[in-house]
Design a protein around this ligand. Sequence first.
Ligand code: F0G
Length: 457
Amino acid sequence: MAKYIAEPFKIKMIEPIKMTTREERQQYLKEANYNLFSLKSDYVYIDCLTDSGTGSMSDSQWAGIMKGDESYAGARSYYKLIDAVKDIFGYEYAQPVHQGRAAEKVLFPCLLKEGQYSISNMHFDTTRGHVTLCKAIPKDIVVKEATDTENFAPFKGNMDVERMEAFINEVGCDKVGVIIMTITNNSAGGQPVSMENIKETSRIAKKYGIPFVIDAARFAENAYFIKTRESGYEDKSIKDITRETFSYADAFTMSAKKDAIVNMGGLIGIKDNEAMYNAVKGFTVPFEGFVTYGGLAGRDLEALAIGLYEGIDYDFLRYRIGQVQYLGELLKEGEVPFQYPTGGHAIFIDAKRLLPHIPYYQFPAQALACELYLEAGIRGCDIGSYMLDPVDGVQPESEMEFTRLCIPRRVYTKAHLDLIAEALINIKENASKIKGYEIVWQPQVLRHFTAKLKPIE
Ligand code: F0G
């Protein structure tokens, strides 16, 4: 790391946040039925629930908002966005949509048939949901290092390519409709995927004639990790690495709410397959809106075209990934266990190791998330057993019990990060006193968003 690194921006506008008392937070949490998604954001001091749509736009992006062309058809802002995608990703075709899951909804029916598999290093929840809605079956094949939270591995997000090829041979290549590489691998802790792994996955996909798609939500963070960890890429620009990454795929879906630093937006990119593009346009019109706005306002298209460039700026990425690494260093010193090394967009606290006395069916990662809110008004979320809906009435056990703390882009300062670390270290000192939770009400699917819980006394 260079000697002088701080935020590569200065603050021009602020949004006040308010600290509450522990007594107040106890009341708010109880009223929210111990579900952090039910908390009013006004009651949250530092919001680490997600890095999606929570970043700060720049003065250029806000100026773009004023310049957005709101024409229904053929808007100037649409062409600006298409040009940006061609330039950064090297793709012939792009379709804006309103967010990442809309990209999945539009693209997947063009690729997946009933009964086929979708193979991924790890499907994000909505990706898994849209595969299932196509009556296809999601199959995660991540490398084994992803579950070892203690030891360093540079690319814990990788696909296990050997197991992937064996799986294709086992079920037959006609049964695999798509291979999806999620970069970075969100569910494994924002862990990166190496260029070598992307290239090898692409080679196998081609060998069997299977379309290869990138889930590109955090493509720029992934490129930064390739630059800093993979030999041969040290001197390449983030844009060159991005171009190479996407050259190996046939298409991408993107939630632009992450690395493109907008509050709303998504994209589908198609390298050169005109028939695929025509099919995508065919679904976009009824699902999202006309081709040249795709469910977004002209001002959103304008801000997105600008944000794509800001998101691949090396100095920005160094500061951003540096923030997450800095928080990781504080936690390491304080002996708080987390998925090590830190990934791109978040810290994943290992609640299984921090709270070994709470069994999976009493949701240790959710218990830690609640405790962190009580301790200092910080909001994170469970990525563990609480997130898994029961199967035939039985609670599945998640392999990992993570409390995810996302760092929104260009929002919090080093002092906020210090406070997060301090709160977690305090919690660690009294960890044995923390109690598990039970669910008192839950919906049929995606229960973690709305379930009601209570602490086990
Ligand atoms: N793919 C990945 C890897 C994601 O992380 C997300 C969203 C999506 C697709 C869906 O995009 O929200 O724009 O529809 N992740 C957010 C999160 C919600 O908090 O991790 P979306």
